[in-house]
Design a protein around this ligand. Structure first.
Ligand SMILES: *[C@@H]1O[C@H](CO)[C@@H](O)[C@H](O)[C@H]1NC(C)=O
Ligand SMILES: *[C@@H]1O[C@H](CO)[C@@H](O)[C@H](O)[C@H]1NC(C)=O
Ligand SMILES: *[C@@H]1O[C@H](CO)[C@@H](O)[C@H](O)[C@H]1NC(C)=O
Ligand SMILES: *[C@@H]1O[C@H](CO)[C@@H](O)[C@H](O)[C@H]1NC(C)=O
Ligand SMILES: *[C@@H]1O[C@H](CO)[C@@H](O)[C@H](O)[C@H]1NC(C)=O
Ligand SMILES: *[C@@H]1O[C@H](CO)[C@@H](O)[C@H](O)[C@H]1NC(C)=O
Ligand SMILES: *[C@@H]1O[C@H](CO)[C@@H](O)[C@H](O)[C@H]1NC(C)=O
Length: 685
């Protein structure tokens, strides 16, 4: 045992838990030790591990009850490179406790009580000349407390101060840590940052100020930054300041969850790739500028009017633009001009209606040979880089052909929860684009690169035929369109490409689902409909996953079950009125390697003497009386037959109407139907 191991004896009374006598751990043999590593995570330690090999380089003593760190704990451990003391109760690091740790590179002190003794603890850290990473998150540190830990750490590159109580950052705050590259200040209460606070940190690349209370950022001039996260603050505007023409390194700017009413004014010379402006209050993108070259920032009190997001810098590098959850009523397509690297555009949850169609209003723009005017030039704008467009949750009625011409390489489009009208006859669409535009309808044919399309929740009533002609969709979601009807040939053209299809929640009957032979189909969601038969053409596909929950299936045909079982891996089926006495299909499924994900909860129905009863399908064979098998059923049938016979002979004398009534009574065991709510009493078997 290391010298000082006996200290534990006088430590005992102050500990909440009783620790074992032999020293370090209340969980004996909990620590794993090698020559280089000591792993004592969650070992009920109350003091720093003792008696270690002086060559040890890494100690993980996190999740223990260590309160103090003294020089005797560490004096032998001169080779230490990494120490993790997170989630302890550390409150005192004695002044010389770290002097021997000349090689210490990373020191993880998250979730301790370092808001105590911060002045003397700060002094202890002064000896860590080579420290590169310091984690002080979740220590209840206020601004001055945090600063006292940063007085002089000349090699520090990564600093985590998240989840503390910091309210302001002053110019001197980072003076002792000039080499910082990455600062995390998430989850504090920062309301103020003095100008010049970060200016000296010439190597600062990543700054995370998310989840603070910043109201305004007077000027942003950190040309050295690569990533700036300002999400979840209360910013009303963002303006790049200093010399607008200076080159900025910024690549990722997250301004989501703020209160921006206008587009940020970004530095002219930067190469921003990701810009997240979601969850703000942006209602207007363009000012009155008619030049397609510029995004115009509308004037704001503090902002000069008609400053612009110019094509030359930012616009050209932007790859990922997120404008979802704002208040945009229109998105003039011409504003996309110049965004020549744009790959993903997110405009979900805005108030877009037909703003997207701006260009089609003037039909001349749609002619193949537009006059060489300015508007003609606009017509030729295409964005070959744009692959993903998210437009869900708007109020879009239609997308004109022009829209698709603009995006020749579109692969993913989410149009769920809009109010789309689909063109009845999509063949006319391409030939008479102008007409189609006037008809205010949308067709997807000829979108050769489109792979994933969602039309969920659009209140569609009919999917016209040829809708996807000459596309090669691999996934199609038309769920939650109640009462949808598929015309013959709707999915024509997708025979070899379609892999995933969702028709969930459409209240479609068996006759309303007409599928061609989709050879590539693998995943099908038919749940929440009124199907009693599977579409026969599914036999063409090698399905891997099938969802038939909440339908009207009484049984699956044995031949269908055999077809499916060949390839199917997963089946989900609860919420159907399966007939308990016709579960042969289930045996077929179970005999092959199909996994029925909700088998334990699936119910079936059978006819009792007086009422219909339910049982778990897993209880089949044994517990419920099917006609041919059990004594009980024979008995009940006998009673029914006798009763009917008596009734028959009696009533025959009197009326023919009564005869019809009796026929109903002796009809074969009525199968529960979807509409019947008669299957009440659930017999828990
Ligand atoms: C830790 O240091 C504090 C302050 O000096 C002291 O009161 C306490 O007894 C010490 N605890 C241990 C376990 O050494
Ligand atoms: C910014 O911080 C928020 C909150 O922690 C996080 O959700 C988001 O992913 C971060 N943004 C970037 C670009 O990393
Ligand atoms: C904003 O978008 C970026 C990139 O698209 C993403 O990494 C980040 O997580 C988003 N921020 C939030 C808060 O969702
Ligand atoms: C456009 O904005 C500028 C500056 O804000 C203003 O001077 C000009 O009159 C506006 N033009 C139109 C057509 O509104
Ligand atoms: C098409 O939409 C425009 C505006 O949204 C409307 O004025 C026009 O009447 C619509 N045309 C048809 C045929 O519905
Ligand atoms: C859905 O469409 C039908 C006509 O097809 C219309 O009567 C109904 O009002 C629409 N519902 C909604 C919520 O728009
Ligand atoms: C039992 O189910 C059949 C068919 O679903 C139905 O016609 C009949 O009324 C039900 N009987 C009872 C007692 O609920």
């Amino acid at each position: 045992m290391a010298p000082g191991g006996f200290q534990l004896l006088w430590l005992l009374p102050v500990l909440l838990r009783v620790h074992s006598q032999c020293g370090e751990t209340a969980k004996p043999l909990c620590c794993q030790k090698t020559r280089l590593y000591v792993l004592c995570r969650d070992c009920d330690l109350s003091v720093f591990p003792r008696g270690l090999d002086p060559s040890v380089q890494l100690i993980d003593a996190s999740h223990n009850f260590i309160t103090n760190l003294t020089v005797s704990d560490t004096s032998d451990l001169t080779q230490l490179v990494h120490v993790d003391l997170s989630s302890n109760r550390l409150q005192l690091i004695s002044e010389r406790a770290l002097v021997h740790l000349v090689h210490l590179h990373s020191f993880i002190l998250a979730s301790n009580n370092l808001n105590q003794n911060y002045l003397s603890n700060g002094k202890a850290l002064l000896s860590l000349w080579h420290l590169g990473t310091l984690d002080l998150s979740a220590n209840k540190l206020e601004s001055d407390m945090a600063a006292s830990y940063l007085r002089s750490l000349p090699s520090l590159q990564q600093l985590d101060l998240s989840r503390n109580h910091i309210t302001r950052l002053s110019v001197g705050f980072f003076r002792g840590v000039p080499r910082l590259r990455e600062i995390n200040l998430e989850y504090n209460y920062i309301v103020e940052i003095e100008e010049g606070t970060f200016a000296l940190l010439r190597e600062l690349h990543v700054l995370n100020l998310a989840m603070n209370s910043l109201l305004c950022l007077s000027t942003f001039s950190l040309t050295q930054l690569w990533v700036l996260n300002l999400s979840h603050n209360a910013l009303q505007f963002f303006v790049a300041g200093g010399k607008l023409d200076e080159a900025y390194q910024l690549q990722t700017l997250d301004l989501s969850y703020n209160q921006l009413a206008f587009l940020p004014l970004l530095p002219r010379r930067s190469s921003i790739r990701q810009l997240n402006l979601s969850h703000n209050a942006i209602a207007c993108l363009a000012g009155n500028s008619t030049t397609a070259e510029e995004f115009t920032l509308k004037s704001h009190k503090q902002v000069r009017p008609s400053v612009s997001w110019s094509v030359s810098g930012t616009a050209r590098s932007l790859r990922d633009l997120d404008l979802s959850s704002n208040q945009l009523g229109s998105f003039p397509l011409r504003l996309l001009r110049g965004l020549s690297s744009l790959h993903t555009l997110r405009l979900a949850s805005n108030c877009l209606q037909d703003g997207l169609v701006e260009l089609t209003r003037d039909c001349r723009l749609l002619h193949p040979m537009p006059p060489p005017s300015r508007s003609g030039a606009m017509h030729r704008i295409t964005l070959p880089s744009l692959k993903r467009v998210y437009l869900q949750g708007n109020a879009i009625h239609y997308l004109p052909p022009r829209f698709f011409d603009l995006l020749p390489n579109l692969e993913v489009m989410d149009l769920s929860f809009n109010r789309l009208h689909l063109c009845r006859s999509s063949s006319a669409y391409k030939e008479e684009p102008c007409l189609a535009g006037r008809k205010n309808c949308t067709a997807f044919n000829h979108m050769r690169h489109l792979r994933h399309l969602s039309l969920r929740g659009n209140n569609l009533s009919v999917l016209p035929s040829n809708l996807f002609h000459q596309t090669a969709l691999t996934s199609l979601d038309v769920s939650e369109n109640r009462g949808l009807f598929m015309l013959e040939g709707t999915l024509e053209g997708l025979e070899s490409s379609l892999e995933k299809l969702s028709l969930r929640g459409n209240q479609m009957g068996s006759s309303e689902v007409t599928l061609p032979c989709l050879k590539g189909l693998k995943i099908v969601d038919l749940s929440d409909n009124k199907l009693s038969n599977l579409p026969p053409s599914l036999a063409c596909s090698s399905l891997e996953k099938l969802d038939i929950r909440k339908n009207c299936f009484l049984r699956l045909e044995e031949v269908t079950a055999r077809d499916l079982a060949g390839s199917l891996q997963y089946l989900v089926l609860t919420g159907n009125p399966f007939n308990c006495c016709e579960l042969q299909w289930l045996e077929i499924m179970e005999a092959s390697s199909v996994t029925i994900l909700d088998l334990d909860k699936a119910l079936c129905f059978y006819r009792g003497i007086y009422k219909n009863l339910t049982a778990l399908v897993t209880a089949k064979d044994t517990l419920y009386p099917c006609l041919h098998s059990t004594h009980n059923a024979n008995l009940s049938m006998l009673v029914v037959a006798l009763f009917c016979f008596l009734l028959l002979t009696f009533v025959l004398y009197f009326s023919l109407k009564a005869l019809r009534f009796i026929r109903n009574r002796v009809a074969p065991v009525p199968s529960p139907s979807c509409k019947t709510k008669g299957q009440d009493d659930i017999a828990v078997l």
